[in-house]
Design a protein around this ligand. Structure first.
Ligand SMILES: NC(=O)c1ccc[n+]([C@@H]2O[C@H](COP(=O)([O-])OP(=O)(O)OC[C@H]3O[C@@H](n4cnc5c(N)ncnc54)[C@H](O)[C@@H]3O)[C@@H](O)[C@H]2O)c1
Length: 256
């Protein structure tokens, strides 16, 4: 997942007290800690060591201690972190103490799956409205919500105080949808369409692209295979790069 963060984004907190400006990587790990903490609380744990929480969240414990120190949370020597307190702190920093209203635009294959997913509610989000441009989809009920025509977005966004929009339309429609969301007052967008969105300052965009994740895994598969092949091939896998690209061998030749 990638993120664009615009300069105005941290200035529009309104009545919310100033929060520490956390590193993006820390922000990205906080939800992992939160999920692990909820699991620990459900299992009856009241405290957890940094190693225990790090293991449950799948990160190394030094990184976890550094992340939590940004929140002013250091745990107690010999006891660890208070699970309930840390949940409160992380939920506060992530702004999860209020349930946020989300609009989903594009109720096709992916949109149906997202609209029907009940995991958002338990994580603090309310899918408040579903929109589509296809009149034949308007009125369809999904998980108790009727699909509305995209033209209703401005009115419904105001009525439901929607601040987050999810785009699940085909890529060619995504930029126009983003502009409609922004015009309707949406200031955060989760984009599933495989394209880059251009948005004004103060609007945050995160992109989810499973194909990119698979391509990254493909790279690792390719690399593992190339490392296994190395002794037999007797050289760097880079020498096999297609298209006559410069290889370490040729670079050395050029440089000497
Ligand atoms: N991020 C991922 O990992 C991932 C995975 C699957 C699909 N996708 C992407 O998600 C998007 C949706 O895929 P899908 O298979 O559900 O497509 P789909 O064609 O089944 O659904 C798209 C929906 O968007 C609606 N739509 C089109 N233009 C619109 C507009 N201007 N305003 C409102 N609604 C509009 C269509 O009427 C349709 O209902 C595509 O961009 C696809 O590439 C992303």
């Amino acid at each position: 997942m990638s993120q664009h963060r615009h300069p105005g984004a941290s200035d529009r907190a309104g009545a919310v007290p100033a929060l520490p400006d956390l590193p993006e990587a820390t922000v990205a790990r906080l939800p992992e800690y939160l999920r692990a903490l909820h699991n620990l609380a459900d299992a009856g744990h009241e405290t957890v060591s940094s190693e225990g929480l790090a293991g449950a969240a799948g990160v190394n414990s030094a990184k976890l201690r550094k992340d939590l120190s940004h929140l002013g949370s250091y745990g107690t020597r010999g006891v660890g972190y208070d699970v309930a307190l840390l949940v409160d702190q992380i939920e506060f920093v992530l702004g999860l103490t209020q349930r946020r209203a989300v609009a989903l635009v594009g109720v096709g294959n992916l949109g149906h799956a997202l609209a029907g997913y009940d995991g958002f509610a338990s994580r603090g989000f309310r899918i408040a409205a579903l929109f589509d441009a296809d009149a034949s989809r308007v009125g369809e009920m999904i998980s108790g919500l009727a699909v509305r025509h995209i033209d209703e977005l401005p009115r419904v966004a105001a009525e439901e105080a929607i601040s987050i929009g999810v785009i699940a339309t085909p890529a060619p429609a995504a930029q126009a949808v983003a502009e409609q969301l922004v015009a309707a007052g949406v200031t955060s967008i989760l984009n599933f369409a495989p394209c880059v969105l251009s948005v004004p300052d103060g609007v945050d965009v995160r992109k989810v692209d499973l194909a990119i994740e698979l391509q990254i895994l493909s790279f690792h598969e390719h690399r593992k295979a190339s490392l296994t092949a190395l002794p037999a091939a007797g050289g760097s896998a880079l020498t096999a790069l297609p298209g006559g690209l410069v290889t370490p061998d040729t670079q050395e030749a050029i440089g000497t």
